[in-house]
Design a protein around this ligand. Structure first.
Ligand SMILES: Nc1nc2c(ncn2[C@@H]2O[C@H](COP(=O)(O)OP(=O)(O)OP(=O)(O)O)[C@@H](O)[C@H]2O)c(=O)[nH]1
Length: 404
C-alpha cells in the first residue's frame, strides 16, 4: 500500500516536471539545453509508472509490456538529454523508437520462451546496466564535456548509480525469490520507490538550476567575446586585465595593436564574406603566435589588440614581429584566378604599463605608433614607447620601425 502511494506521488511529480521542462524549453530560443528531451524522459517514466499502477506486473499483458518498454526507454531518453545538455546534440526520436521496438520484441521473446520471471530479470538487469553505465559515462566525462561542473556531475552520477545498484539488488531478489520479490507490499519495493521518489523530487529542480547556470555562463562568455573570431572583445579584455592587475606581483603589460592593411580593398574586391574569412585567419595567426595567458581581442573592424603579460620591451617587439610575419604568411585560396590571396598588417607596440588606469593612455600611444607605421608604408612594427625597444637608451624619435 505504501509503495503504491509513493508510486502515485512519483507519477504526479514526474508529469508536473515534464510540463515545467516543456514550458522552460519553449522559452529557450535556439539552444534548448536538452530540456525538451528531459521532459520526454519524465513523460515516459511517468507513463511507465502509471502502467505499473494499472496492474502491469508481473504477468504478460499489453500494459505490462508497455510498462517494461517505457521503463527502459526513460533512462535512454535521460541519457540523450544529458548529451544535449553537455553540448553533444544527437538525434532523439529515431534511436528511442529503435530501442522501444527492439526491447518490446526481446521481452516478448523472453516471455514466451523462458517465462515471466525471466522477463522481469531482463528488465532489472537492463536497468541496472543502463544506470550504472550512465553513471560511469558521467564520471568519465568530468575530464571532457563536464569539466566546468565536476562536483555537480559527481553528485548526479552517484544518485544515478544508486538506481543502478537498487536494480541490481532487485535482480538478485528475483533470482532468489522469484516474482514474489516484486510484491508491492515488500519492504524492498517501498525502499525502491522511496528512492525513486526522492530523485524525482530532487533531480528536476537541480537540472533547471544547472541549465540556468550554463546559460548564464554562456551569456557572460558571449558578452565578453567577439562572435566572428571568438577572441575577447574590448569589454572582455578590460575585465581580464583588471583581474590580472588585481593579483599580487602582477607582471607589467604591453599593448600590441594590429591593423590589417588595405582591408577595404579586400572587402571591395572579394566581398564582405571573404573579408570575414580573412579576419578569422588573422585571429588564428594571432592565437598561434601568442602564449595562452596573453590577452587577445578584436577591437572591431579589422583591428586586433594583444596585451602581452610579463615581457620585456624587446620581447614584446619580437612578439609583434612574429605576429606580423605570421599574418604575412596567410594564404587563402579559391577566390582569385591569380592564386591565393595574401594580406599584411601593421602593428603598434606600447611601452610597459601597470594598472588598468594606464590602459587608455597606452592604447592611444600604440595607436599613434600604428598610424606612423601606416604612413611609412605598412606591413611593419612601430614602437610607441619613450625608450628604444632594445632597452639600450631612450631614443630621440617617438617611433622605431622594425625593418621587414
Ligand atoms: N568583412 C568585414 N569587414 C569589416 C568588418 N568591420 C569593418 N569592416 C570593413 O573594414 C574596412 C576598414 O577600412 P579602412 O578603415 O579604410 O582601412 P583599410 O582599408 O584597412 O586601410 P588601412 O588600415 O589604412 O590599411 C571597411 O571597409 C569596413 O567596412 C567586418 O566585421 N567584416
Amino acid at each position: 500500500m505504501v509503495a503504491t502511494v509513493i508510486l502515485g506521488m512519483l507519477c504526479v511529480h514526474l508529469l508536473c516536471f515534464c510540463v515545467m521542462f516543456m514550458l522552460i524549453s519553449r522559452r529557450l530560443h535556439g539552444k534548448k539545453m536538452g530540456m525538451e528531451v528531459f521532459a520526454l524522459g519524465n513523460l515516459l517514466l511517468g507513463c511507465a509508472y502509471i502502467m505499473q499502477l494499472l496492474g502491469g506486473q508481473p504477468g504478460w499483458s499489453l500494459i505490462s509490456a508497455l510498462n517494461h518498454t517505457l521503463t527502459l526507454c526513460a533512462p535512454v531518453t535521460y541519457l540523450l538529454g544529458a548529451l544535449h545538455f553537455f553540448n553533444r546534440p544527437v538525434p532523439v526520436l529515431r534511436p528511442l523508437l529503435a530501442v522501444a521496438v527492439i526491447y518490446t520484441s526481446v521481452q516478448a521473446l523472453v516471455q514466451w520462451t523462458l517465462g515471466p520471471e525471466a522477463r522481469q530479470t531482463l528488465l532489472a538487469a537492463s536497468c541496472a546496466l543502463l544506470f550504472l553505465g550512465m553513471a560511469s559515462a558521467l564520471i568519465s566525462g568530468i575530464r571532457s564535456f563536464a569539466k566546468d561542473m565536476p562536483v555537480e556531475t559527481i553528485v548526479l552520477a552517484l544518485l544515478i548509480a544508486g538506481i543502478g545498484v537498487l536494480n541490481a539488488v532487485k535482480l538478485a531478489f528475483i533470482l532468489q525469490g522469484g516474482l514474489e520479490a516484486l510484491n508491492m507490499n515488500s519492504r524492498f519495493q517501498t525502499l525502491f520507490y522511496l528512492y525513486m521518489s526522492f530523485l524525482g523530487t530532487v533531480i528536476p529542480p537541480a537540472a533547471v538550476w544547472l541549465v540556468l547556470r550554463r546559460l548564464t555562463d554562456e551569456l557572460s562568455a558571449m558578452a565578453a567575446h567577439d562572435p566572428l573570431t571568438q577572441l575577447l572583445n574590448r569589454r572582455g579584455l578590460l575585465n581580464r586585465l583588471e583581474q590580472h592587475f588585481a593579483a599580487r606581483n602582477a607582471a607589467p603589460a604591453h599593448i600590441l595593436i594590429v591593423d590589417i592593411d588595405h582591408f577595404k580593398r579586400i572587402n571591395d574586391n572579394y566581398g564582405h564574406k571573404f573579408g570575414d574569412m580573412v579576419l578569422c585567419h588573422v585571429a588564428e595567426a594571432i592565437q598561434k603566435s601568442t602564449r595562452k595567458n596573453d590577452l587577445k581581442c578584436r577591437l572591431g573592424g579589422e583591428e586586433f589588440l594583444i596585451v602581452s603579460l610579463g615581457l620585456e620591451a624587446a620581447e614584446a617587439m619580437g612578439l609583434a614581429e612574429r605576429i606580423r610575419a605570421a599574418i604575412a604568411q596567410i594564404e587563402i585560396p579559391g577566390v582569385s584566378m591569380y592564386g591565393p590571396i595574401r594580406c599584411t598588417a601593421t602593428l603598434g607596440v606600447s611601452a610597459a604599463f601597470m594598472g588598468v588606469q594606464a590602459f587608455d593612455h597606452q592604447l592611444a600611444l600604440a595607436d599613434a605608433a600604428l598610424y606612423r607605421g601606416k604612413k611609412s608604408g605598412r606591413n611593419c612594427v612601430q614602437w610607441a614607447g619613450p625608450e628604444d625597444a632594445s632597452g639600450d637608451k631612450p631614443g630621440d624619435q617617438a617611433g622605431t620601425t622594425l625593418t621587414v
